[in-house]
Design a binder for this molecule. Sequence first.
Ligand code: ZN
Ligand code: ZN
Ligand code: ZN
Length: 277
Amino acid sequence: MKIQYLGTAAAEGWPALFCSCPVCTQAREGKGRNLRTRTQALLDGELLIDFPPDTYCHALYYGLNLAAIHTLLVTHSHMDHWFPTDLIHRHEHFGHGAQGTLEVYGSETVKNAFDANILIDRFKVHPIEGVVNFHITHGGDRFQVNGWDITAIPADHDKREECLIYLCRKNGKTLFYGHDTGLQLSQEAWDLLEGERLDLVSLDATLGLKSIPAYHMGLPDAELMLEKLTALGCVDGHTVKVVNHFSHNGGMNHEELAAWGAERGILAAYDGMEVEF
Ligand SMILES: [Zn+2]
Ligand SMILES: [Zn+2]
Ligand SMILES: [Zn+2]
């Protein structure tokens, strides 16, 4: 399996839109791996995770043919993960030659945002049904789609909605996509993870060396989660470990994040990073 990190920033991007803090200033000047767009990932070139406002620039930058992608998992409705308005452009009115349907999985909140933003009235004569199919998904759901075997797991994130993280399995490989979440998963979530042998685990490390009690993780929390996953038999010496979804408020530039990870056998994601495992 291959994961391509299309974007690796938290909601405000990096440099943040309106920020002149030292790390954002350094990123604007130095560019390279210190430029981060909003978090999105692509598995095996065919399964998309999240649909941020930067999806359009990801398609341009990486030369993606989004019409060929038929599966989209959405973690939650925060704007850095879900910008549904652009999905209207998959309709044949704008997306000439787009074949088949895009199967979208997400919570009820994500569905409501989708319904509110795809301009149904304006496109009454061009219904989105049959172009983009939405499947309301709950924590604990396991489903098969386009050759993938997926489990949705309840995240420790915004309590106002059902936030999901995902286990993605194909051809004997399993990836755990843990964005966005804190460390305090429910017992149901730990039970879903227990016994899953993870080939790659991608963990939230939004706030650098700062530890956060809930909602997101910092690097110390990600290490604690890796310890817990190891104790549950999910992570062992063969597992590729990645930290991702960084905020400038963590204060660490890419070189510092990468050095922290190198001491621990953990990869610090950057925009465009590909890992085959
Ligand atoms: Zn986020
Ligand atoms: Zn900043
Ligand atoms: Zn979030």
